[in-house]
Design a protein around this ligand. Sequence first.
Ligand code: A2P
Length: 352
Amino acid sequence: KSYRIAILGATGAVGAELLDLLASRNFPVASLKLLASPRSAGKSLPFQGENIVVEAVSDRAFDNVDIVLASAGGSTAKAWAAKAVAAGAVVIDNSSAFRMEPHVPLVVPEVNPQAAARHQGIIANPNCTTILMTVAVWPLHQVKRVQRIVAATYQSASGAGARAMEEVKIQAQAILNGETPVAEILPYPLAFNLFPHNSPLNDLGYCEEEMKMVNETRKIFNDQNIRVTATCVRVPVLRAHSEAINLEFETPMSVQEAKEILQNAPGVQIIEDWQANHFPMPIEATGRDPVLVGRIRQDISHPHGLEIWLCGDQIRKGAALNAVQIAEVLIEKNWLQPATSENQLSATSNRG
Ligand code: A2P
């Protein structure tokens, strides 16, 4: 069986990766609609040897579509998701618009695939830094409960979209030419610089990106008591995020035990060469599926503490790949239909 797919935001950075993943993973595509803003209508993008013309999203755009992979920002998602659901599609949305709504599952397939069974038409793809962190922390948390996470992130320009990536390259070129870099998409010049994440700040001084890591981790782990704090920083890397993560367990977790768990964890690859001082780097994570983890070491400041370092492709596992994996779960488990109390029960009992 194959499925009628629409990509909303097909011309963006995540959109391009969605196209690539549908092809490279042999996703069962019966038909593919590419949707974007009216600015892009008429452009065409290649898919499996064909050029597909991009359409401006419209009221009728979701007719005859089974799955919408949306990556066009929060306001576009809010404007169109309900219409897509009314037209009979399931929307897997990459924006933050619906993530914390109680009836919207927030899914990382390596962590909580079963949550997808309960959807009512919309499933949210979590924030990129949160996805990467949860893939690495969940398998450890399953063995020994993590009670506190302290994270510092090193986030690439891709998180701010394709135009931000372009802007960093132009800024770097300007600086090398002895000119003053211009920032239009990003708030400040990022080339040869970094700045704390520029999302809006709350009264406690945390930015939105940091609070996403706090609140989304709790929802994905279904653990309202896990304590999370983060400092998010934008760095002049094009498309992979890095994170330094300190974990405080309820009982001690040895480095050896953590390594064994992570070696067998889905979606994780350990990169550690202590002799060569070689650990995950964003250039190695770029274009790759797994979350790369390394520098697993005892926290010398706490007997139950562990330090880990990770890198993951923000556009891939941090966005497009996670969304495609959610679609694959829906297909494999036969969860495309919105949950009613009846099929929700049978979905839950099939979980095994
Ligand atoms: P467009 O290229 O026509 O502006 P990125 O995050 O890389 O900047 O990509 C954002 C994606 O969301 C692009 O495909 C963009 O299309 C799309 N988009 C932005 N605003 C809208 C809108 N109002 N309606 C539909 N698509 C939109």
